[in-house]
Ligand binder design. Structure first.
Ligand SMILES: [Zn+2]
Length: 95
């Protein structure tokens, strides 16, 4: 359970991390004071920073892996879904 101060602090920290509020959490003294005394929000911020770091550095599949996945999906849906000329599904095949 979080209090209103925690919710406000986390919303501001999230906005800072997303670049919606520049330059960073340290620029909001009222939230920095809350972070200094609230272990839950400090842990939340550490986790949010770690998640952001992982998200920014995560590697996607290689072009070869992407092609393999597309082929596997097309094979899986082959005969089950009709695809129109624009690539959109236009309905299921009836068997
Ligand atoms: Zn808090």
């Amino acid at each position: 359970m979080t209090c209103a101060d925690c919710r406000a602090c986390r919303a501001a920290m999230s906005a800072h991390l997303d670049g919606e509020l520049a330059p960073g959490p340290e620029a909001a003294p009222e939230h920095s004071a809350h972070l200094a005394r609230c272990v839950d929000c400090a842990d939340w911020l550490a986790g949010a920073r770690r998640l952001r770091e992982l998200t920014l550095t995560a590697r996607g599949p290689s072009p070869q892996e992407t092609q393999r996945l597309i082929a596997a999906v097309l094979e899986a849906v082959s005969g089950q879904v009709r695809v129109g000329n624009d690539g959109r599904s236009v309905g299921h095949e009836r068997s």
